[in-house]
Design a binder for this molecule. Structure first.
Ligand SMILES: NC(=O)c1ccc[n+]([C@@H]2O[C@H](COP(=O)([O-])OP(=O)(O)OC[C@H]3O[C@@H](n4cnc5c(N)ncnc54)[C@H](OP(=O)(O)O)[C@@H]3O)[C@@H](O)[C@H]2O)c1
Length: 441
């Protein structure tokens, strides 16, 4: 098979980038592959408008169904996004014997467990490098480069929009709403930014990373998820003075004994990271994934986590991997989720209440005698010890912030204490709890 005929679903931001690579880099890719990738057909709901591409000779379809069932397409690239109809198109393409590459993390996180066996049954490959970390080849690193390691932890800054917002808030002292508006104007944030800023997009990606790292099935619905929308400029300033930055991290760690993974903790939330930690240096819309393995120790993958060109680059890396083994050699590819299917386990997610963290707690309290004593006594009752208690402002009779830095405890313990603390008459309901990761810094 010296020519691989590619069908592209969705000619939006990433689809346009992929078409551009297929046209502009064809010679380079042919030299690397020893075969040719040809953009044979494109489907989009709306084919009007100039995308700056010469698509002469490419079959243009307004119905994606025409491509996923076509006899003259070897490989389908799904770049429509969302759950449906993307899931149906991908399933139909597989059933028609076509290899599939997608950048759709929502699809893989939610329906991957249905699509992987389907692909296996039909003897086709499924690639999704671009679904996590955009242009960063982090899934390939985890699946292949680190294959000899038991993975000990995965941390990721996986959403460029959130990282851009938090970086701007820190650099400019600007408030969340103001920076979000700017991010939307610059095209970094969607008109409806909920999936990004509430951590759902990060949770999609984390669930894929965790499953690949620990040989478990994807359990996206069980990822504990908190977003960045209640972080204020004052909070960012307060943590900066203490030597920290706030990053929206996806965190996954295995638990168990004798090398057996018995449960996995998976959580997404704004996290306090020491400024000197490498992951704290990842700014603007950049992404990074830090994976630690028992032999390799710490590794980190950094780059553009989104955007037309970087994401298209990752999509095409998958296309080239598959094209290299065609015809009929998909068994020579590493398994899509890094473990052979029979060895992937249904591993429980550690309940968030049992996850252990260090905490930063910002309370707003009435500045009156005895408040700090009442708060610290509740924490002591829950056997939570404090590293520091900070009250910078004094303003008798008014609300002032108090910051508590708590040593490691379980989330359940901390929440039990917070339920009692927020019942105190002098404590305002406006509480910020940030979990802290030290990264050995
Ligand atoms: N943008 C990024 O930086 C980025 C990064 C990593 C991964 N991804 C993933 O890549 C995928 C594509 O993202 P994108 O940013 O390129 O999205 P996009 O710009 O919205 O492009 C999607 C395209 O698909 C078209 N479409 C929607 N439903 C269709 C259907 N039923 N049949 C045919 N065409 C249809 C859309 O048309 P309409 O405009 O008419 O809806 C649009 O042209 C998503 O899964 C996304 O999560 C994106």
């Amino acid at each position: 098979m010296n020519e691989i005929r590619v069908g592209l679903l969705g000619l939006g931001t990433i689809g346009t980038g992929v078409a551009r690579i297929l046209i502009e880099q064809q010679e380079l890719m042919s030299r690397r592959l020893g075969k040719t990738l040809r953009l044979a057909a494109v489907a989009d709901r709306n084919l009007e408008g100039d995308r700056g591409l010469d698509l002469s000779g490419v079959r243009m379809c307004s119905d994606a169904q025409d491509i996923v069932t076509a006899g003259d397409i070897d490989l389908v690239i799904e770049l429509i996004g969302g759950y449906e109809p993307a899931r149906s198109f991908v399933a139909t393409a597989i059933e028609h014997g076509k290899h599939v590459v997608t950048a759709n993390k929502a699809l893989i996180a939610k329906h991957g467990e249905e699509l992987f066996p389907l692909a296996r049954k039909h003897g086709v490959a499924i690639g999704f490098e671009a679904a996590v970390g955009g242009g960063i080849p982090c899934l390939k690193a985890l699946r292949e480069g680190l294959a000899a390691n038991a993975v000990e932890s995965v941390y990721g800054i996986l959403n460029g929009t959130c990282n851009f917002i938090l970086t701007k808030m820190e650099n400019e002292g600007a408030d969340y709403a103001e920076v979000l508006k700017e991010a939307q104007e610059l095209g970094y944030a969607e008109a409806d930014p909920t999936f990004d800023v509430e951590g759902v997009d990060t949770a999609h990606k984390l669930s894929i990373l965790a499953s690949m790292a620990f040989g478990s099935r994807i359990r996206f619905d069980e990822v504990f998820t908190e977003g960045i929308s209640n972080i204020t400029a004052a909070d960012i300033e307060a943590v900066r003075e203490l030597g920290y930055r706030i990053k929206l991290l996806g965190i996954a760690k295995p638990h168990g004994q004798n090398g057996q993974v018995e449960s996995i903790e998976m959580h997404v939330h704004p996290t306090l990271v020491p400024v000197e930690a490498q992951i704290a240096q990842v700014s603007d819309s950049y992404n990074a994934v830090q994976v630690s393995g028992d032999f390799v120790e710490h590794t980190m993958y950094f780059g553009r986590g989104a955007g037309e060109r970087p994401t298209a680059s990752a999509v095409m890396a998958d296309v080239m991997d598959i094209a290299r083994v065609l015809p009929g050699g998909v068994e020579y590819l590493a398994p899509p989720m890094a473990y052979v299917e029979e060895e992937r386990r249904d591993v429980a997610t550690l309940p968030m209440a049992d996850v252990e963290c260090e905490y930063y707690i910002r309370l707003m309290v009435n500045d009156e005698p005895g408040v700090i004593a009442a708060v610290t006594s509740i924490l002591a009752d829950q056997r939570i010890s404090l590293e520091a208690v900070l009250q910078k402002e004094r303003h008798a009779g008014h609300q002032v912030p108090i910051i508590l830095m708590a040593h490691e405890t379980t989330e359940g313990n901390l929440q039990a204490a917070m339920a009692r603390i927020t019942e105190l008459a002098a404590v305002n309901e406006n509480v910020l709890i940030l979990r802290k990761e030290s990264f050995g810094a």
